[in-house]
Design a protein around this ligand. Structure first.
Ligand code: ADP
Ligand code: ADP
Length: 226
């Protein structure tokens, strides 16, 4: 079964903007896939539809065999989303934030506490578990967003511009972290407008422009062409 299968996906926003003009996209389980493209290309819209934050106009979306139209609850269980903006409560404590998240997915409190230690350690945040989120550095806040997205143990992690506006030092640290996650079996899709980031991390790349997927290839063969 494919991690993600998108067929003829179209999105016309209210007002008439044609954001997606019939995207076809397949991501294999275990892959690390970059969706690359300039601002306004349709990356966020694509991710928004997969995560059911945006309604599609037409087309098919399947995540690990679950259809967006008929199996939304189970589809959502498969996905961890790391949005671009920090959207946790800055006055809550780090561990509280991730434990509460697990609750939304029906994970028991006992299990949530066990997982919180696992994912906060993995994110280098265990020592900060009792600190209020607003006290964390920018890099730690990003890692908190990822740890939180992992609490229901999704098979697919989607990150929207994970290193936008992040300095190069921190970007490298994030890359290492994401590589390890992928090596441990999580399928990852990220959007980026840094080719370098896609090159460093990803095995496959899709290039999206004006709502069309104009390239969908392995990183190897793309680099051979350049
Ligand atoms: P949907 O079709 O998914 O329900 P909408 O078309 O209703 O989404 O748009 C949601 C809101 O975002 C609207 O209030 C819209 O005005 C606003 N919006 C309009 N243009 C943009 C844009 N380029 N980027 C982000 N938001 C926009
Ligand atoms: P990207 O993530 O690649 O920057 P987006 O998916 O945000 O691209 O945007 C694709 C197109 O859809 C752009 O023309 C954008 O202005 C438009 N758009 C995005 N969100 C909305 C919205 N809520 N309402 C209307 N138009 C939107």
């Amino acid at each position: 079964v494919k991690a993600l299968e998108i067929k003829d996906l179209k999105k016309v926003y209210a007002g008439g903007v044609e954001a997606l003009c019939g995207i076809e996209l397949t991501v294999e389980e275990g892959d690390f896939y970059a969706l690359l493209g300039p601002n306004g290309a349709g990356k966020s819209t694509t991710i928004g539809i997969i995560t059911s934050l945006v309604n599609k106009t037409s087309g098919k979306v399947n995540v690990f065999g679950y259809d967006l139209d008929t199996d939304l609850t189970r589809l959502k269980q498969q996905i961890g989303l790391v949005p671009q903006e920090f959207n946790f409560n800055p006055f809550e404590k780090v561990q509280q934030i991730v434990v509460n998240q697990a609750g939304y997915y029906g994970v028991s409190r006992k299990e949530a506490l066990i997982r919180s230690e696992k994912y906060l350690r993995q994110s280098g945040l265990w020592e900060k578990r009792d600190v209020r989120a607003r006290m964390l550095s920018g890099g730690m806040k990003r890692r908190l967003m990822i740890a939180r997205a992992l609490m229901h143990e999704p098979r697919l992690l989607i990150l929207d511009e994970p290193t936008a506006g992040v300095d190069i030092e921190l970007r490298r640290e994030m890359w290492q972290f994401l590589k390890e996650l992928n090596a441990n079996g999580t399928t990852i899709i990220l959007t980026t407008h840094y080719l370098e980031e896609a090159e460093m991390l990803c095995r496959h790349i899709g290039i999206i422009q004006s709502g069309n997927l104009i390239e969908d290839t392995s990183m190897k063969s793309l680099l051979a062409k350049l």
